[in-house]
Ligand binder design. Structure first.
Ligand SMILES: Cc1cc2nc3c(=O)[nH]c(=O)nc-3n(C[C@H](O)[C@H](O)[C@H](O)COP(=O)(O)O)c2cc1C
Ligand code: SF4
Length: 430
């Protein structure tokens, strides 16, 4: 089965077997070198594994880009309580569709990454927290896990090493907020999936009150390769501060949308024009959201020199986030797109914090009003003020995510708001 679109500019490390269902079989995975990194990790010892991942410069692929090895090093070295590794497979950010593909095409790669990370942080129990709607993906993962247990790669005395690590696949409740690491922990414990106030941080008080580490599926998928080949090998791609390859989920108005694994630092315009076959129907580029719906929108001019690494996207005026690139052509109604994003966040707000709960709902009302031609110019200033009050004032950053598209769109596409306000001709919302 061919994977829909591939490009010869890709560096397929994590996605090498996308489109090949044989890779799901434990025997095939092992024939192709699988579970050897785990064996090597056991021989290296916990601290050497952490050092190697630190040396690779691998940064968390769940959005924040926090260095993975450093995060692991925060866990106690001499456990006095159980430790937990939580693999975040809740993937719900609009525009993001990479983790489900890693789980679907190469579940053993994820399982091996989970095992190595668990070993490194001295956890004997790991959970893979899967988004509730991932029915097929969860089935594939559960079958792979069963096979790995049967072959002795998971469970007691793994490969005769004396190491015990159990993995449980946990199906989430289907709420976006359960992807936030402490919301995930609450959900896993059977509570409401509401984020917790930090500190305490998960490495001190995490799942079930025990030291825990949360990592994204893509982060953990990179780990077996780093252990096999070494941290320096991983650094052959990417930049000094953003090493390695990254899966870019491209959606919107391009000819070949899809998942592309590319070195970090790849030029955004090459991604659109070359890898993705250019703009659909030859239309002009209007804007790009480079990192999933929670980051600021870039206009066409800002896209021109933007390199897709953590620093490069920041320099351009946005954030790499989880590298979900949403491409919008000249015909895109920016106000409508922003309203749809805010609608998503207003619906997904867990309601604990007043600025987020009330702010997102009110912001949605204002945007609908503008779309319907009943807005005023003061509404724009009101939304900017609200965004300021909603940023950095809440338990988690979902509230900030509402402000990012609103502020950036008002700053960069104010004319579109003004046109709607002035014409006052639009009726109803889609
Ligand atoms: C509202 C919200 C939703 C999130 N959803 C996800 C998600 O679906 N998957 C994910 O890996 N991280 C998500 N994150 C980030 C996690 O909190 C956490 O930083 C990440 O799982 C850590 O893994 P990493 O260090 O490997 O990136 C979310 C964060 C927030 C604030
Ligand atoms: S910011 Fe929003 S989603 Fe996050 S904890 Fe507060 S109310 Fe919940």
């Amino acid at each position: 089965m061919a994977y829909p679109y591939v490009s010869d500019r890709e560096v397929r490390v994590l996605s090498k077997y996308f489109g090949d269902p044989m890779q799901r079989r434990v025997d095939t995975y092992v024939e192709r070198g699988g579970y050897q990194a785990l064996k090597k990790a056991f021989e290296m010892g916990q601290d050497a594994v952490i050092d190697e991942v630190k040396a690779s410069g691998l940064r968390g692929r769940g959005g924040a880009g926090f260095p993975a090895g450093l995060k692991w090093s925060f866990m106690p070295k001499q456990p006095t309580k159980p430790h937990y590794l939580l693999c975040n497979a809740d993937e719900s950010e609009p525009g993001t569709f990479k983790d489900r593909e890693l789980l679907r095409w190469d579940p053993h790669q994820v399982i091996e990454g989970v095992l190595i990370a668990s070993y490194a942080i001295r956890a004997k129990q790991a959970y893979i927290y899967c988004r509730g709607e991932f029915f097929e993906t969860t089935q594939i993962l559960a079958k792979a896990l069963e096979d790995a247990y049967e072959k002795g790669y998971v469970g007691k005395d793994i490969m005769g090493s004396g190491n015990d690590i159990d993995i449980t696949v946990h199906v989430g409740g289907g709420a976006y907020i359960c992807g936030e690491e402490t919301g995930l922990m609450n959900s896993l414990e059977g509570r409401r999936g509401q984020p917790r106030v930090k500190p305490p941080f998960p490495a001190a008080v995490g799942a079930f009150g025990m030291p825990s580490t949360v990592n994204n599926v893509e982060t953990l998928s990179a780990v077996p390769h780093i252990v096999t080949h070494g941290g320096q090998w991983y650094r052959q791609w990417g930049t000094e501060k953003s090493p390695g390859t990254k899966l870019f989920c491209v959606s919107g108005h391009v000819n070949k949308p899809g998942n592309y694994e590319l070195p970090l630092g790849f030029p955004l315009m090459d991604l659109i024009n070359d890898v993705c076959g250019g703009m659909k129907d030859g239309k002009a580029l209007k804007a790009v959201i480079p990192g999933g719906s929670s980051v600021p929108i870039l206009d066409a001019q800002e896209c021109a020199d933007c390199n897709l690494d953590y620093e490069g996207v920041q320099t351009a005026g946005s954030m790499l986030g989880c590298a979900s690139v949403i491409v919008m052509d000249e015909d895109t109604d920016i106000v409508k797109q922003v309203r749809r994003m805010v609608q998503f966040y207003a619906h997904e707000s867990c309601g604990q914090c007043t600025p987020c709960r009330e702010g997102s709902a009110w912001m949605l009302q204002i945007l609908k009003r503008i779309e319907e031609g009943r807005g005023t110019e003061e509404d724009l200033q009101t939304m900017l003020d609200m965004s300021r009050q909603m940023t950095g004032t809440t338990i988690c950053v979902l509230s900030d995510s509402v402000g990012a598209p609103v502020v950036s769109s008002i700053n960069k596409f104010k004319d579109e708001y003004l046109a709607l306000i002035r014409r006052g001709e639009r009726v109803g919302v889609a």
